[in-house]
Design a protein around this ligand. Sequence first.
Ligand SMILES: *Cc1c(COP(=O)(O)O)cnc(C)c1O
Length: 396
Amino acid sequence: MAEQRRGASTTAIHAGEARQKLGDSITDPIICSATYTFESSQAVIDFIEQKQPREEYGRYGNPGEKVLESKLAALEGGEHAILYASGMAAIVGVFMSKLNAGDEVVFFDECYHRSREFCAKHLSRFGVVTRQVKACDYSAMEEAINDRTKLLVSESPTNPHLSIVDLEQFANLGKKHGVDTLIDATLATPFNAQPLDYGVDFVLHSATKYLGGHNDLLAGVIIGSAEKLEPVRYLRGIMGAINSAHNMYLLERGLKTFELRMERHNANGQAVAEYLEQHPAIERVYYPGLPSHKHHELAQRTMRGFGGLITFLVKDADWKKTAEIVDRVELARIAPSLGGAESLIEQPLIMSYYECTPEERRSYGIPDNMIRVSCGLENTDDLIADLKQAIDRAMS
Ligand SMILES: *Cc1c(COP(=O)(O)O)cnc(C)c1O
């Protein structure tokens, strides 16, 4: 259950944790147990008849997982959270539990490429139809809804274009047509946006990114009402996409500094975006914190900050010139992912869309001169100086 809503740092540090723990430890113990013992046959019967909340077997739960799930639910202002082994496991888990053959899903087309792939290539194998419509085109989304539609899905901000969804309009579309809504808010985090407040049914995060925050774990979480999540939890117990006890400890530890980290990610993102926008060699910067962003006003109204992820286009550069900038950057490391302490940089053409045809890339809005940078927690001036030397040297 969600605790009373406090500041993000207080919630991230304390929510879900017992005041007094095993061995009087201030940190939660890592319980490495594949199974849990019963005192007697009667204890098994009592458990099955739900007289006694407790653990049973590792695939169904772990005490550390319960702490984390309460913490994440409280951070998001939701009733219930279910933790998964990765963000994709969470996406697959919710889709597989909510959808039957013949059902339809409508999603905005700017999205994590593996989410798109799961919908287009795999849900279809089970007779589920997915309809992609242009991101933030609410009337196109409404037109795509019919009596078989079961789920409306979007990211906000979207990846890599950082478009911002009008969460109220999105949630209202779902309510009007009796369809559940899901926002993948990985790029926003519960520090920067709270989609449940607008009436969205499910919020999903790749906790691999900002929630874990240290580029050292994978995890995913889905948050919503206990009632709507009940079948999702049940299926997770069968699918088994769960975390090890050590992984959950790392996530809990990462969350202790969640608010502090987000403040720095937001500050670095804003400063680097402003720097890039005024650089003569940069054609365009996608960052919701810039007045030039097409959803800046909406972002300002509905978000506390805009995160560390920035996408930009290099002026008059082919893919090679663009790659040269990436290669000359010294601090940010070349890697997929985002949201960790270490800044990361990539050219979407090469990193995630290399095997797509040029037509596919055009339809996804991935030009050759696009760079995506995830600002980590380094010193702001150092990040800017590093990007400056890389751009200036590559473009001279
Ligand atoms: C990374 C990411 C995912 C997938 O999460 P994993 O933890 O890598 O499985 C899903 N959605 C978004 C927006 C992401 O950035």
